[in-house]
Ligand binder design. Structure first.
Ligand code: ADE
Ligand code: ZN
Length: 340
């Protein structure tokens, strides 16, 4: 496959994004625009100098910059613009279903009300559903570097907006903040009807993946790269068909892997794990869905069958209804069949 035919094939695949932090889609251009209209001075004097700072040796170095960037988001319109920019971008890449994370505490800790955040995000998601035919789910993530008590406050704030929120997740600094810290708030979230996912095994050990499954009862693991050094865990993922939402460009930029050729994606697919690929924080890691497909395909010599499997896995792992999943999967299959 030539590079341009690979890019062309990837563009045409109907795709789903299941691991995307909306604050991580904040492009420098939009950040400057919103900072200006809110009269906030950024620490960088130009878009270029901001982009130059996007060099990370680990997750924490990234998070420090990511939380700083989010500070310019003040008004409902800012959250709308952020979300709408992401949705129009992925629409251009033939992404047809998204499950989007937002981090309420990144904003409520700065005095921005929960309702300001969620109303802006929700309005953009609804507009995309109506105008771009993109379906969506919304996932509220608890910041794991904060306490469980603070997560409980966030859960309480979310209750009036329960109809808009499909699930809860767990993100931020993984090392030293195991899933076990959040047992009670995950139980309470499930009691409110929220579905459960958690970041685990990104930088942290496979033990954290076990904890997310056994103690938090999550149905999907975000990242989960570290599962492969634990055979029993792999068997568990297979037995229960638990999806791993992998983010190859993120892994590369955060030095979870040293080079793309080292990514465990193919080994996972070969073992039959329900592995999917996503962009995590595309404005910071150099690519959206297409670029994540493209870079992994190039480095790992993915075949058309791999690409089809990845796209199908995305829909299987999503929270769409069985009927909707079936329809999307049929479209993926016929796209690849037409090519042969
Ligand atoms: N928040 C945004 N991106 C994240 C990541 N890759 N891991 C943990 N928390 C995050
Ligand atoms: Zn993530």
């Amino acid at each position: 496959m030539t590079s341009s035919s690979l890019a062309h094939i990837i563009q045409g695949i109907p795709k789903t994004e299941l691991h995307l932090h909306i604050e991580g889609s904040f492009e420098p251009e939009l950040m400057f625009e919103i900072a200006n209209r809110n009269n906030i001075a950024l620490d960088y004097d130009s878009i270029e100098s901001l982009k130059k700072a996007y060099k990370f040796n680990n997750l924490q170095e990234f998070l420090d910059i990511y939380y700083t960037g989010a500070q310019v988001l003040i008004h409902e319109q800012d959250f709308f613009d952020l979300t709408w920019a992401y949705l129009t971008k992925v629409h251009s890449q033939n992404v047809v279903h998204v499950e989007v994370f937002f981090d309420p505490q990144t904003h409520t800790d700065r005095g921005i009300e929960f309702d300001v955040v969620i109303k802006g995000i929700y309005r953009a998601l609804e507009k995309a559903k109506a105008e771009l035919n993109i379906t969506y789910k919304l996932i509220m993530s608890y910041l794991r570097h904060l306490s469980e008590e603070e997560a409980f406050k966030t859960l309480e704030s979310s209750v009036p907006f329960k109809e808009w929120i499909d699930g809860v997740g767990l993100d931020s600094s993984e090392m030293g903040n195991p899933p076990s810290k959040f047992i009670n708030v995950f139980k309470a979230s499930a009691d409110h009807g929220y579905k459960l996912v958690a970041h685990a095994g990104e930088e942290g050990p496979s033990d954290y993946i076990w904890e997310a499954l056994d103690l938090l009862n999550v149905e999907r693991i975000d990242h989960g790269n570290r599962c492969l050094n634990d055979e029993k865990l792999v068997q568990r993922l297979l037995d229960e068909n638990i999806a791993l939402t992998l983010c190859p460009l993120s892994n590369l930029e955060l030095k979870v892997i040293q080079k793309m050729e080292d990514h465990p994606l193919v080994e996972m697919l070969d073992k039959g794990i329900l592995a999917t690929i996503h962009s995590d924080d595309p404005a910071y890691f150099g690519g959206y869905m297409n670029e994540n497909y493209y870079e992994t395909a190039k480095a790992l010599n993915l075949t058309k069958d791999h690409l089809m499997q990845l796209a199908i896995n995305g829909f299987k792992a999503s929270w769409l209804s069985s009927d909707e999943k079936e329809k999307h999967i049929e479209k993926v299959k016929s796209y690849f069949n037409l090519m042969n």
